[in-house]
Design a protein around this ligand. Structure first.
Ligand SMILES: Cc1cc2nc3c(=O)[nH]c(=O)nc-3n(C[C@H](O)[C@H](O)[C@H](O)COP(=O)(O)OP(=O)(O)OC[C@H]3O[C@@H](n4cnc5c(N)ncnc54)[C@H](O)[C@@H]3O)c2cc1C
Length: 336
């Protein structure tokens, strides 16, 4: 077990922020995790996956523990489903590619989301009309204090839009070690969201398949989102806010092109990117902190921005959206 001191976390977070960890180590088994937790004693601990949904605002004065547990296995099947267990340290997109290759259906719309399997339940990752909760069976997590394994079923996770029990009630209490997904034997295609259908048409697809949907999603994402390997970012920086439909209709009187989708229970989900763009932030840059030129929802680090500079920019955006539309934007990215 190798322990590094004062290690730069720049290669370990997709925002490429040059914060340092007082101690850094990786674990590939529950036993190593347990021993690291004992060594760390009561110092602050941060569990790191792919680092694609966090923003370091300062050096981390404690232990950064990177989850590198590997392995994918088919644990059971019934008439309709395959139950596939993946260790938390597996790369999410590679897991999706594996499922597609094996004919396990359900995660194809979630192709090309950065990060690892272990973080996928944290914010109930979602894209193109599908969320983890739609394919989730159960997960195993290790309680940091009690040093005990616990299994969480779907109902225990309180999944919501970019939310779960692990971000709220059990924040910083559990280390997710594996996730088991319930994947269909007969695919149910979901092409209604975003530009999937147009992309499939452009690709000349005559017969739908999970491969074709995955490929369409990958093409759309590549055309829309900045690649963290080129420009530091963590995807959508803000959540799409949900407001009462009555308020949305009132706003539409003044802003005819406002974008929103019915969210049930008299609520409407508003496109945060549109709100931010209307406030003039798209393409804004101060120093190396900026708002992406094509996707206003994505804040970027052009090279040497600090986490604080990105946070300051996000605060200015939140304030201006509040002022212009009376809508409060919430950050999706985890500030550390
Ligand atoms: C270009 C880009 C596009 C993106 N698109 C999407 C998208 O379409 N949909 C979407 O939902 N997200 C998207 N994201 C956000 C991100 O990819 C996901 O949130 C992803 O699940 C984060 O995984 P990670 O392993 O990188 O997590 P990290 O950033 O390493 O961690 C995120 C949080 O989870 C905690 N954590 C990580 N692993 C564990 C574990 N095993 N046990 C306990 N806690 C853990 C961390 O402490 C932290 O609080 C995007 C990000 C980028 C950069």
């Amino acid at each position: 077990m190798q322990i590094s001191q004062h290690l730069s976390l720049k290669p370990y977070n997709s925002f490429a922020i040059d914060a340092k960890a007082k101690y850094f180590s990786a674990f590939a088994s529950p036993a190593t995790l347990e021993s690291l937790l004992s060594t760390a004693d009561h110092e602050p601990i941060l569990i790191l996956g792919g680092g694609s949904n966090m923003l370091f605002t300062t050096d981390f004065n404690g232990w950064v523990l990177k989850n590198e547990c590997k392995g994918i296995s088919l644990v059971k099947e019934d008439d309709d489903y395959f139950y596939v267990k993946a260790a938390a340290g597996e790369n999410w997109h590679q897991f999706v590619m594996y499922c597609i290759q094996q004919g396990y259906a359900g995660v194809e719309n979630l192709s090309l989301i950065p990060g690892n399997v272990g973080a996928s339940p944290m914010q109930n990752i979602g894209a193109y009309g599908v969320e983890i909760k739609d394919v989730f069976h159960e997960l195993e997590a290790f309680h940091r204090e009690e040093r005990k394994l616990r299994t969480f079923q779907l109902a225990d996770c309180a999944f919501g839009y970019r939310e779960s029990v692990f971000k709220n009630k059990y924040k910083d209490q559990f280390v997710i070690l594996s996730v088991t997904f319930r994947l269909r034997k007969k695919p149910v295609f979901n092409t209604s969201y975003g530009a999937i259908e147009q992309e499939l048409e452009r690709m000349g697809i005559k017969e739908l398949s999970i491969q074709a949907i995955s490929e369409a999603v990958i093409r759309i994402r590549r055309s829309k989102l900045p690649d963290p390997a080129e420009i530091g970012n963590a995807g959508s920086f803000f959540k799409n806010p949900t407001i009462p439909t009555v308020q949305f209709e009132q706003l539409r009187q003044s802003f005819a092109t406002i974008i929103g989708y019915p969210a049930g229970n008299g609520l409407t989900k508003v496109a945060a990117g549109w709100l931010i763009e209307q406030c003039g932030w798209k393409g804004y840059r101060k120093g190396d902190a900026g708002c992406h030129t094509r996707q206003a929802l994505v804040l970027v680090n052009y090279g040497h921005a600090t986490g604080d500079e990105i946070v300051q920019l996000s605060t200015n955006i939140i304030n201006s959206v509040q002022e212009k539309f009376g809508i409060h934007l919430e950050r999706e990215v985890n500030l550390v």
